[in-house]
Design a protein around this ligand. Structure first.
Ligand code: PMP
Length: 330
């Protein structure tokens, strides 16, 4: 067994698992990249590490400095862990609509948490703009800027895409995932296309996001809404610029929740809703590409982060979402 004294080397090199139910439903092989196995339990540890290393390489942050970021939570958790390992402080700005578990986790890790009301991106009080202002006002601080800092997608070009390519022995026909910053879809897409330009890259967009219409019809237009955290983008971020998207699906919360429920009940994987939406997209991509194809997607974060929401009967009922049978008596 591998032994290391570098805790940051525990980020990445996650396992890839063949998902039985989704593979059967699609008539092909669907694989999930287990990003919940990162130390911060999400895919965002990768971006956090690359953003901090990039800032160090550019001489932007000095010992004892502060990392400031606006995040739906997972990037903040990744940044807090990386910062602790490197001797930096973190200030995390988050919309107050995110799960209680993410707030508790950030406080537990030692981050200073600033909660702001949910607001449109055009509003100066939006969590991203608030975090930029705090970074400007704080001495020896950097703004991680995950949406428009392409160190984010480099983590996926160099890391996630290469790992998937190696784990699938270079035999991969399609990849799909949703976009928050877009770092994952753009980075994995660019990385896999560099290996084989025939790999089909599909965006799985939740309702309430504008990217489906952008890639399908050239117009950034959002319809409906979603309770999924961490995904659902309304603009072309710097990370999304030039993303090689071949096709796109629009996935409902109900479809995503059905896979969240089945992956837990049938395969023992406890995941968040963005993972369910990704798997629903992978099944659609598999049906489109045809029998025998090999498709990869991202299992973005752990379901333990959503015990008070996705795994809570009252919350599900309040949102009008189906309650799994084992939660009906809780
Ligand atoms: N799922 C979850 C749970 C996330 O927190 C994020 C990050 N915002 C994503 C998916 C999307 O990843 P990316 O930012 O790379 O698009």
């Amino acid at each position: 067994m591998h032994v290391t004294s570098d805790t940051l080397s525990l980020i990445g090199n996650t396992p890839l698992v063949r998902l039985k139910g989704p593979s059967e439903a699609a008539g092909c092989d669907i694989y999930g990249k287990c990003e919940f196995a990162n130390p911060g339990a999400s895919v965002k540890d990768r971006a956090a590490l690359f953003i901090v290393r990039d800032a160090e390489a550019r001489g932007l942050i000095q010992p004892g400095g502060t990392i400031v970021e606006g995040t739906a939570g997972n990037t903040g958790i990744g940044l807090a862990l990386v910062a602790n390992a490197k001797g930096y402080k973190t200030i995390i700005v988050m919309p107050e609509t995110q799960s209680r578990e993410k707030m508790d986790t950030l406080r537990a890790l030692g981050a200073e948490l600033v909660l702001v009301p949910a607001a449109p991106y055009s509003n100066p009080g939006h969590f991203v703009h608030t975090s930029r202002r705090i970074a400007e006002e704080t001495p020896n601080a950097i703004w991680a800027n995950q949406f428009d800092n392409i160190a984010n997608r480099k983590a996926h070009i160099i890391g996630t895409a290469e790992e998937i390519w190696a784990q699938m022995d270079g035999r991969i026909d399609g990849f799909t995932c949703a976009a928050g910053t877009g770092g994952t879809i753009a980075g994995v897409g660019l990385g896999l296309k560099a290996r084989d330009e025939n790999v089909c890259i599909a965006l799985s967009d939740p309702h309430g996001a504008a990217l489906y219409n952008y890639y399908a019809h050239g117009e950034l237009k959002a319809e409906g809404s979603s309770v999924a955290e961490g995904i659902g983008q309304g603009r072309i971020t710097a990370n999304l610029e030039g993303a090689p998207i071949d096709t796109q699906f629009r996935i409902s919360d109900e479809e995503g929740m059905e896979w969240v429920r089945r992956l837990l009940a049938e395969e023992g994987l406890c995941l968040g809703l963005s993972s369910g939406i990704n798997v629903a997209g992978a099944v659609q991509l598999g049906r489109q590409l045809g029998p025998g194809k090999r498709i990869a997607t991202i299992l973005c974060d752990t379901g333990f982060r959503y015990l008070s929401t996705l795994y809570n009967r009252q919350w599900l009922e309040a949102k009008g979402l189906p309650v799994p049978e084992w939660l009906t008596t809780t």
